[in-house]
Ligand binder design. Structure first.
Ligand SMILES: [Zn+2]
Ligand SMILES: [Zn+2]
Length: 169
């Protein structure tokens, strides 16, 4: 009961912020995960096979964000941080991660990204265990993943063979 109430409020807030910030309807799942340990927020995306552009799969937030130890303001910043990932990738048509474009958008939407980066401590590259790089010398796209990609998967951009790298033990 309590949990689903928190999830509903969170989902409402994510939708509201997406409209307020850039006028987009957010109609993908918003999930609270208790399995996220070192990551507070996560924007999950995939490459659309037809358009070859990134698309939103879902947003995930760590259960511990809602245990009472985080200020409302910090939670909002984490949500906005993830929303800016979505906005940047879609408007640029490619995965931007924490690049210059993403940082410029953070400034535009008034997010203090230095602090957020710390709060996010995050997740992105530090937590990934697997790295894949396209073997096609004209592409060399890099993908980082929490989970191992099953054999036989190919590059989302050019369908080239992926080389696998293990990042941590
Ligand atoms: Zn981020
Ligand atoms: Zn490729």
């Amino acid at each position: 009961m309590q949990k689903s109430h928190i999830q509903k409020n969170l989902e409402k807030k994510v939708k509201k912020l997406a409209i307020e910030m850039f006028g987009w309807e957010m109609d993908k799942p918003v999930i609270i995960s208790n399995r996220m340990k070192r990551t507070l927020g996560q924007y999950v995306w995939k490459i659309d096979q037809d358009t070859k552009r990134p698309e939103l799969v879902k947003f995930q937030f760590a259960g511990k964000l809602f245990d009472g130890g985080f200020k409302e303001e910090d939670i909002d910043w984490i949500i906005k941080h993830e929303l800016v990932h979505w906005y940047t990738d879609i408007s640029q048509g490619r995965p931007c991660h924490h690049n210059k474009r993403w940082k410029a958008n953070c400034r535009r939407f008034g997010i203090p990204d230095s602090r957020l980066t710390k709060l996010e401590a995050v997740g992105n590259s530090q937590d990934y265990r697997w790295k894949y790089q396209c073997s096609n010398s004209n592409c060399r796209a890099v993908y980082r993943r929490y989970r191992r990609i099953p054999k036989g998967y190919v590059c989302g951009k050019c369908r080239g063979r992926l080389e696998e790298f293990f990042l941590k033990d």
